[in-house]
Design a protein around this ligand. Structure first.
Ligand SMILES: Cc1cc2nc3c(=O)[nH]c(=O)nc-3n(C[C@H](O)[C@H](O)[C@H](O)COP(=O)(O)OP(=O)(O)OC[C@H]3O[C@@H](n4cnc5c(N)ncnc54)[C@H](O)[C@@H]3O)c2cc1C
Length: 446
């Protein structure tokens, strides 16, 4: 008997790798491309990322890279410090990187500038006692409504494609949420995390897909890849599960790592928990469109910017424009810069739903926004349901997953709806899920 991993993205591959390391031979059920959202293409000297553009180097990521022999491919920003920008008052505006920059930044009101240095030291400033609240409501007492709107909202849109007054503070900032419930100050919390240092960002020479390819190379000889969709997990006798797959196929396993998320995971768990299945069905997903364009290297882009993030209410549904080659020069030829434009999100209209309109309007829009003379279209990729929205109250869905795991030992959840959306978080969450799976099986045997 063996386990099935539902989904072959970074989470599924990490889970497979962890199981293979301890001698197991799991199934990977994946009807689509191995690697999921991690998708890199090489084209005319450009490295184009249609999924994740950068990785955050957390310890678990560094360890995995070293195990996979990828450490030599890691590239850090060539511009240090590089800037993060948001679109404010009709232009890219730097996100302050320190107290001095904050004092002169238009992104913060004077009231916030005067009180923030004290507020970050005060315990119990952030919302206490509530079961959950939106990220906007959570941070407003600290940074004020102006900075929530002009700084936090674009940042969250850039990561989740969602709305600052819809996304759950408890789900998105779990550490900070717990610290606030315990009455700790922001500074106290920051110090307790990795010595207060911000982990560096990085990419892989040749594309981030090298990561999923390296994982696949490690596991492919030890797993069985089933190129079908899983439809239902049916409990048999408390220790075993039947998996209904597409094309009327079935599989009997003693464990399931579910890395499909939200609506896609809903039918899978119907026979385990109708309550969880209903809740997963109600998770909205943000669709994303990624467009790669090129400009000449002598165009006047913001020199230290990795990119510019956009607040809600922009007429073009822009979430962000990344200037990848400004800080990672190797991803474009010597005479060109690459721009990665992200459009869409949970509140997107349909202005750019047709590729034809996009091709016609986007280059001009970019020229107007950034003052460049000409923009060359390279490619576009659409993710119809990219990021599940962890809305206020999401902890109740996680609680229902925990209850399901408890009732059905061997079924574990590791989808994006479990928490962190970033690749390093996906790796951590998949590893934790495998630990729970193995623990549950030992307990069942005992
Ligand atoms: C445009 C974009 C930009 C991003 N930028 C960044 C970034 O810069 N940095 C960063 O860290 N992260 C970024 N992310 C987020 C990150 O890429 C994802 O969170 C991560 O890749 C998700 O990995 P996963 O394995 O959990 O899910 P996925 O990659 O979605 O894999 C899940 C897999 O499950 C399969 N599946 C679904 N249902 C079933 C079923 N019923 N049966 C079998 N298989 C099924 C799917 O086909 C899919 O392959 C970005 C995401 C997108 C879309």
């Amino acid at each position: 008997m063996t386990a099935a991993i539902i989904g072959g993205g970074i989470a599924g591959l990490t889970a497979a790798y962890e199981l293979v390391k301890v001698g197991e031979r799991p199934y990977i059920i994946e009807p689509g491309a191995i690697g999921g959202m991690v998708r890199s293409t090489q084209f005319g000297g450009f490295t184009l990322e249609s999924g994740p553009n950068v990785l955050v180097e957390r310890p678990e990521m560094a360890r995995l890279f070293s195990e996979l022999g990828l450490s030599g491919d890691v590239r850090y920003p060539s511009v240090t410090p590089y800037g993060q920008y948001v679109w404010y008052d009709g232009k890219p505006t730097k996100v302050p990187a320190g107290v001095l920059e904050l004092m002169s930044s238009p992104l913060f009101s004077w009231g916030t500038k005067l009180t923030l240095p004290i507020k970050v030291l005060l315990p119990r400033l952030l919302k206490r006692g509530a079961p959950d609240c939106s990220v906007g409501e959570f941070f407003q007492p600290l940074i004020g409504a102006h900075a929530v709107k002009h700084l936090l909202d674009p940042v969250l849109k850039g990561i989740y494609g969602g709305d600052v007054y819809d996304l759950s503070a408890r789900a998105i900032f779990p550490g900070l949420w717990t610290a606030s419930q315990e009455g700790r100050s922001i500074v106290g919390y920051m110090r307790s995390r990795s010595g207060g240092r911000k982990p560096p960002i990085m990419v892989l020479q040749g594309g981030i897909q090298k990561l999923t390819q390296a994982l696949w190379a490690k596991v492919s000889g030890h797993v069985e890849h089933v190129p079908l969709a899983a439809e239902r997990i049916i409990p048999l006798d408390g220790k075993r599960y039947k998996l209904n797959l597409s094309q009327g196929k079935t599989l009997e396993v003693d464990g399931c790592v579910v890395t499909a998320a939200g609506k896609e995971a809903s039918p899978l768990v119907f026979h385990l928990s109708e309550n969880l299945s209903d809740q997963l069905l109600n998770i909205r997903s943000a669709g994303l469109t990624v467009v790669h364009l090129a400009v000449s290297r002598d165009e006047p882009l913001v020199k230290d910017a990795f990119g510019v993030l956009f607040p809600g209410g922009m007429p073009c549904d822009f979430l962000g424009v990344m200037f990848n080659s400004l800080i990672f020069p190797h991803v474009a030829p010597r005479d060109k810069h690459i721009l990665t434009v992200m459009l869409g999100g949970a509140q997107a209209g349909d202005r750019f739903s047709s590729e034809e309109t996009l091709r016609l309007e986007l280059p001009t829009l970019l020229c107007n926004l950034f003052g460049v003379r000409a923009v060359e279209w390279i490619q576009m990729y659409r993710w119809p349901a990219a990021i599940p929205q962890l809305s206020v109250g999401h902890h109740l869905i996680v609680k229902a997953m925990d209850a399901c795991e408890h009732e059905f030992p061997g079924v574990v959840f590791a989808g994006v709806d479990r928490g962190g959306v970033g690749v390093s978080e996906r790796i951590r969450i998949a590893r934790e899920a495998v630990k729970r799976l193995r623990r549950a099986r030992v307990e069942t045997v005992v």
